[in-house]
Design a protein around this ligand. Structure first.
Ligand SMILES: *[C@@H]1O[C@H](CO)[C@@H](O)[C@H](O)[C@H]1NC(C)=O
Ligand SMILES: *[C@@H]1O[C@H](CO)[C@@H](O)[C@H](O)[C@H]1NC(C)=O
Length: 201
């Protein structure tokens, strides 16, 4: 918005749910993409809405999203917490839940996401937490799959941006901050393994 004050800025949130169980791909729910505009106060809202809707047609099955900021934060309630913790512990969400993480980690971390969203002007309903916790199959998240393949992980978008928003807005989020910093170490480990960095002898 600062760099492109006269542009319409769109945001797309995709949900994909497929998982590989021993070579068999299960496509658990239909994929979806929601697209909305990030309100730019320099432009009339109708223009932003029209431009956004122009992208949506019967071929791509995108859905117009009139509150994409809420959709983004809702997605993070799940992904900033479960995806990250599963990546650190090396288990799928089903095992994480089975072994007691609902109370000890997940709900607390999810509540922090709600607080950060609120500081960003977005009220994510409290009920989202139980809703997300209720949908956990034995799914291995993409960041964990990336670790297993020796790839980099998208920790900055999944967690880094949320933690930075918290710092800017003075929100205390000890659990997410710790998870984020642990994952950054994991990312450095991958960098070293790929030869992208070296450590002093
Ligand atoms: C988590 O993020 C992945 C990758 O963007 C996405 O496919 C998945 O649908 C997300 N899960 C939720 C519940 O938002
Ligand atoms: C975790 O929370 C969800 C949602 O409330 C619930 O359905 C599930 O049974 C809980 N799991 C455990 C092991 O308590």
């Amino acid at each position: 918005m600062d760099k492109f004050p006269q542009n319409v800025i769109l945001s797309g949130v995709s949900m994909i749910s497929s998982t590989n169980h021993g070579g068999i791909i299960e496509h658990e729910t239909l994929d979806s993409v929601k697209i909305g505009y990030f309100e730019n106060s320099n432009l009339p809202l109708e223009i932003q809405e029209t431009r956004c809707k122009r992208l949506i047609n019967k071929h791509n099955e995108c859905v117009y999203d009139d509150n994409v900021k809420l959709t983004r934060w809702r997605k993070l309630v799940y992904n900033a917490t479960l995806n990250s913790v599963c990546t650190l512990t090396g288990v799928d969400v089903g095992r994480l839940e089975l072994w007691g993480a609902n109370d000890t980690i997940t709900r607390k971390a999810m509540r922090e996401v709600l607080e950060i969203a609120k500081s960003n002007g977005v009220e994510v309903p409290e009920s989202t937490i139980e809703e997300m916790l209720g949908q956990m199959g034995f799914i291995t998240h993409h960041m964990l799959v990336d670790i297993r393949k020796g790839n980099y992980i998208e920790v900055e978008v999944i967690l880094g941006n949320a933690v930075r928003t918290a710092m800017r807005n003075g929100v205390v989020c000890p659990i997410l901050t710790l998870i984020y910093n642990l994952l950054r170490v994991v990312q450095m480990r991958t960098k070293e393994a790929k030869g992208a960095i070296t450590v002093p002898p």
